[in-house]
Design a protein around this ligand. Structure first.
Ligand code: DQQ
Length: 466
């Protein structure tokens, strides 16, 4: 790869150091995560020729510890005159009787294709019979037909394809196959309502979680999950929610690992305008691996994978501090742009409380991570994150309610332009910020409208994964 591009990219102070990124250029959706012989493989939507969404290939990386990643050669590139000549779009990877098999979408038109590997997932052979699904189901007017996600059941392979039905809403279309080659359409696994969940569902994921099944869909906006029962190949959702309350985390993909964990990664979209992204030489990152599980009360659990603790470096701890609206500088000189913070609060009488991060010494740049107990809003306020007129300064957030008598624990990862927040392992928000000042590294506590109490704060400097 062009050395000057690599150098330019590595000098960008906004480039994360412990979130997965390719060496340069554009990336988006995580594709086909799979663990084989203990090794995690991650593929991803990748443009090797620039930092814009074009020329979609599947990039490839692997990891033994879920934290450090080794870049591997591109797994899939478009074949001129093939069904994927205009791009290899998202999909999944499964083990079919010992053969690693990728199922992906070729465009245009959107068709489903397969590729297999016989050298440990390094090189891939596209099946000569591609596409294995050449058209959407007959008789329905679809809004799209892409992003296959397959799993094995006792009587064969099943797969959902992301779609939508004109004037009805997003849909996950269910298929069955004995061999991943010939596919029978069974009907929609789930259909949304246009006004509630959009006209197209991208990147469906469907898997058991505890006693229930979870369907995740990306409807161009925040990623929605449905939890419910799956029996006789019919899914009955009973609850739904958002997998992330921000506006950066999108098109997640997941795997079940050999420890029985359902791990999920999302694409962290940039929040600099698309027109300026190519000049930076890179765009897009993957979120940290998030473990999904069920809480005892039936709520969805979301927490960062435990292995991330191996990145912890210099440690500072704070205990028992009253946080008043007038208070400032409560954490002394705690600073950094690559930190892990675990803060537990008693919200007390505060209207809102939380942490200020990426704060400049002159106070012109700051980002607030906040919770408002009475309105149930968890937010990242980046409205003053950057003095750069090109940065998208905005507040993002959504609904999260503390259970009565629970303390609030905000588990925060700062990684240059990336912020990921987990609240009580029940809600998550990712956001992107682009401060201009080198000293925008301050961390502080705040409360408005009353007094809150910090029970404890653990802070670690985080190491690079490269
Ligand atoms: N990204 C892919 C599509 C998918 C979209 C194309 C979601 O397969 O629907 O890069 O971000």
């Amino acid at each position: 790869m062009d050395q000057s591009l690599l150098e330019r990219v590595s000098r960008d102070p906004h480039r994360p150091i412990y979130h997965f990124v390719p060496p340069a250029n554009w990336m988006n959706d995580p594709n086909g995560p799979i663990q084989v012989d203990g090794v995690y493989h991650m593929f991803y939507q990748y443009n090797p020729f620039g930092a814009n969404h074009a020329n979609m290939h599947w990039g490839h990386a692997r990891s033994r510890d879920l934290v450090h990643w080794e870049h591997l050669p591109i797994a899939l590139a478009p074949t001129p005159d093939g069904p994927d000549k205009d791009g290899i779009y998202s999909g999944c990877c499964v083990m079919n009787q010992g053969t690693p098999t990728i199922i992906y979408t070729g465009v245009h038109p959107q068709v489903q294709c397969i590729a297999t590997s016989d050298d440990g997932l390094l090189t891939w052979r596209k099946h000569p019979a591609n596409p294995v699904i050449a058209t959407p189901p007959e008789g329905i007017a679809v809004t799209g037909f892409r992003d296959p996600f397959a799993w094995r059941e006792e009587d064969g392979w099943y797969m959902v394809v992301g779609s939508g039905i004109e004037n009805v809403g997003g849909a996950a279309l269910l298929y069955r196959s004995p061999d991943l080659m010939s596919w029978e359409y069974l009907g929609p696994l789930c259909t949304g309502k246009l006004a509630e969940s959009g006209h197209m569902w991208e990147c469906p994921n469907f898997f058991p979680l505890g006693e229930a099944h979870l369907l995740a869909v990306s409807p161009y906006g925040k990623v929605i999950y449905f939890l419910g029962d799956y029996a006789d190949h019919a899914f009955e959702p009973s609850t739904s929610g958002l997998l992330d309350l921000g506006e950066s985390w999108y098109a997640p993909n997941s795997l079940l690992d050999d420890r029985g964990r359902r791990l999920m990664w999302g694409w962290l979209k940039e929040m600099r305008p698309r027109e300026v992204q190519p000049e930076h030489g890179w765009a897009g990152a993957h979120s940290l691996p998030r473990e999904l599980y069920m809480h005892d009360d039936g709520a969805l659990g979301i927490k960062p994978a435990q292995e991330l603790e191996t990145l912890r470096g210099a440690y500072t701890r704070y205990d028992a501090l009253a946080i008043k609206p007038s208070g400032q500088g409560l954490l002394g000189d705690l600073r950094g742009d690559a930190l892990e913070l675990v803060a537990t609060f008693d919200p007390g009488t505060a209207e809102s409380l939380g942490l200020l991060v990426r704060q400049s010494r002159d106070g012109t740049e700051w980002t607030a991570i906040s919770y408002a107990p009475r309105t149930g809003r968890l937010a990242v306020d980046g409205s003053h994150a950057s003095l750069d007129p090109q940065a998208t300064n905005k507040e993002v957030g959504g609904e999260f309610w503390l259970n009565p008598d629970d303390l609030l624990t905000l588990h925060i990862y700062l990684d240059r332009s990336v912020i990921e927040v987990f609240a009580n392992e029940r809600a998550a928000i990712a956001h992107r910020v682009y401060p201009t000042r080198a000293d925008s590294q301050g961390v502080d506590l705040f409360a408005t409208g009353g007094t809150a109490r910090l029970i404890s704060l653990h802070a670690w400097e985080m190491s690079s994964i490269w």
